[in-house]
Design a protein around this ligand. Structure first.
Ligand code: SAM
Length: 328
């Protein structure tokens, strides 16, 4: 039994797997000031956390993904969180996912614990890492993440590159906070010969209502870059979250512009949180539990179809859940 595409031809070919909802940074857009000083504390598998939910174990994750693979061909699994490098079994999990035959297993991380894990992740078969880096200036990095971890993050990026891992940089831009970093971040990416993608701030979590106060648009980002570089737009690849531009010197950069250039119409992403709930769209905060249907393909197909219906037709409408809870 295989799940059917929806009326727009969308199905799930990318799974974003949130290994934990715990993070070791406290970024302005993810964490409310009142929680900013709490330390990252990682519950272990099967431990009950708030709301009576249980964290999945590595075996649970693998069982779930095997069941999903019977319904839809996953081309990519992206490990995320919370912070995926906090997950104890990260390396064996990457290896197990590659052994299942998933073509691309990649990760999104803040990177500051990556230095000591880069080699083993490469050996396990990790195909790429997106590093979230919102500033290359120490004070601004601290303002954005509320932690003094810029040097460790940059060392993590270097370690990934030294181990031959494909690297991309993602930078969320917030008006009045790190918009001064757009050009320094581009120049850092150029110096490392890696792609950078800027993200428009999404209407999520505690900024759901106040999003406009910090919103810095795709147009604003392009204008900032045009002060130093000439560039032209590249063709968009199907299901890509980013639009890309190339400078006359040949440097490419992207913008993930949820508000200005929505990309829901061909979105192929499914999300699984660390408690066994799936989400078809970040705009929908109602996770659908699939824990009771792993041996029942018919039921699982119905739940996946239900998640597919959560997708928006045109644009992301926002969610009061933080990205950290649902998996970025
Ligand atoms: N801790 C990991 C990291 O920092 O990459 C993975 C999880 S984090 C939630 C994933 C991505 O979501 C990061 O690139 C982060 O910048 C982005 N993100 C979180 N909240 C966002 C928001 N409201 N708007 C845009 N991007 C957001």
């Amino acid at each position: 039994m295989r799940m059917k595409a929806d009326a727009l031809g969308r199905t799930f070919t990318t799974l974003r797997l949130s290994l934990t909802n715990v993070c070791n940074l406290a970024c302005l857009y993810c964490v409310h000031e009142s929680d900013a000083s709490s330390q990252a504390f990682l519950p272990t598998a099967n431990e009950t956390v708030s709301g009576g939910k249980k964290m999945l174990s590595t075996i649970d994750f693998i069982t779930i993904i095997k069941s999903i693979l019977r319904q839809t061909s996953l081309e990519t699994v992206r490990l995320t969180g919370g912070e995926p490098t906090l997950y104890k079994d990260l390396v064996p999990l990457v290896k197990a996912l590659k052994d299942l035959g998933i073509p691309k297993v990649v990760m999104t991380t803040n990177g500051f614990l990556l230095k000591r894990k880069a080699q083993s992740l490469k050996e396990a078969g990790l195909d790429g890492i997106n590093f979230s880096l919102d500033a290359v200036d120490k004070a601004i990095f601290f303002k954005m993440s509320r932690r003094d971890k810029l040097d460790a993050t940059l060392e993590g990026i270097d370690a990934a590159l030294e181990n031959g891992i494909n690297v991309k940089i993602n930078s969320v831009i917030m008006k009045g906070t790190n918009d001064s970093q757009i050009l320094p971040l581009l120049e850092y990416a150029i110096s490392k010969n890696v792609f950078i993608r800027y993200l428009e701030l999404m209407k999520m979590g505690h900024l759901y209502q106040d999003h406009n106060d910090f919103f810095f648009s795709e147009q604003d980002i392009l204008w900032t870059i045009s002060r130093k570089y000439d560039f032209h737009k590249k063709m968009r690849r199907g299901s890509s979250t980013a639009n890309y531009w190339e400078t006359t010197e040949g440097y490419k950069f992207g913008i993930i512009a949820n508000e200005s250039s929505p990309f829901c119409f061909d979105c192929n992403r499914l999300r699984l949180d660390s408690f066994g709930n799936i989400y078809g769209c970040l705009s929908d905060s109602n996770g659908i539990s699939i824990l009771d249907c792993l041996e029942d393909d018919k039921l699982l197909e119905q739940r996946l179809q239900q998640a597919l219906k959560q997708k928006q037709t045109v644009r992301f409408t926002g969610s009061e859940l933080s990205m950290k809870a649902i998996g970025g």
